[in-house]
Design a protein around this ligand. Sequence first.
Ligand code: 1HA
Length: 270
Amino acid sequence: RNWTTIKEYEEIRFDFFEGIARITINRPRYRNAFTPDTIKEMIDAMHYCREADNVGVVVITGEGDKAFCSGGDQNIKGHGGYIGKDGIPRLNVLDLQKLIRSLPKPVVAMVNGYAIGGGHVLHVVCDLSIASDNAIFGQTGPKVGSFDGGFGSSYLARIVGQKKAREIWFLCRQYSAQEALEMGLVNKVVPFDQLEDEVVDWCKTMMKRSPLALRMLKLAMNAELDGQAGLQELAGNATLLYYLTEEAQEGKRAFLEKREPDFQKFPKFP
Ligand code: 1HA
């Protein structure tokens, strides 16, 4: 498969193949643990994916066959957050999680190994997760002095149920790909050497579907869980659709033509 580089970064790879943009955390030496700079690059790539008309689906993965992502890089955990090149402690992975959730296109986690800690939360917030059979899942927070009580807890509980979510966080155990499949934490498990084929196949199927329909579905499912912020996103998309109607155009035209708008000529659906 001929993936072409979209943009060069230091801690991630960002490439493209037939409508699929792939973001690969490229720190295999540290089991693809992220630094604030890794996240900054991923956020930049996500903004590209949002704007690019030729991107239909985004895939997030990790380099190599050991890890998807092992969470925050413990070597640079300081007081108040992870400290990157600028010396400022940050928890900017939370911003990335929100971008994944609000991107109006499907985001697929291609889980190629350990998805642990903040790396586990990263796959949890993706729309779909496809895992290789060597993938291992788990949270470590209470073992290493951290916790993610945001999407990493509440959305996880929506996926696997309250009892299981509390087990995952309170005990910090590791779960096999098969166990993850059984608890509905991943959509499919395949042998490692078939992982990319399977993910590309799922992406291509989604890209045959109506992008607007997928967009509305994603935001509607988010809205049920995300309260006022979720409704804001869903409503924004309803506004987008309204702007595509003649009825909305009439309001603007009337204003510019300094006349009363005539909305009565448009059909009122039952
Ligand atoms: O909780 C949060 C947040 C909460 C709120 C808001 C923001 C948050 C942001 C982040 C996080 C977190 O991510 S907390 C959780 C941090 N991560 C972990 O606790 C996982 C640590 N790693 C492991 O448990 C294991 O390395 C592993 C299960 C992923 C893999 O085990 P394995 O295959 O036995 O490899 P291992 O020998 O442990 O690791 C290989 C090398 O990678 C080691 O370095 P070396 O001894 O060769 O020098 C290891 O230190 C390094 N490495 C692995 N994970 C990390 C890491 N180095 C830094 N940070 C890591 N996370």
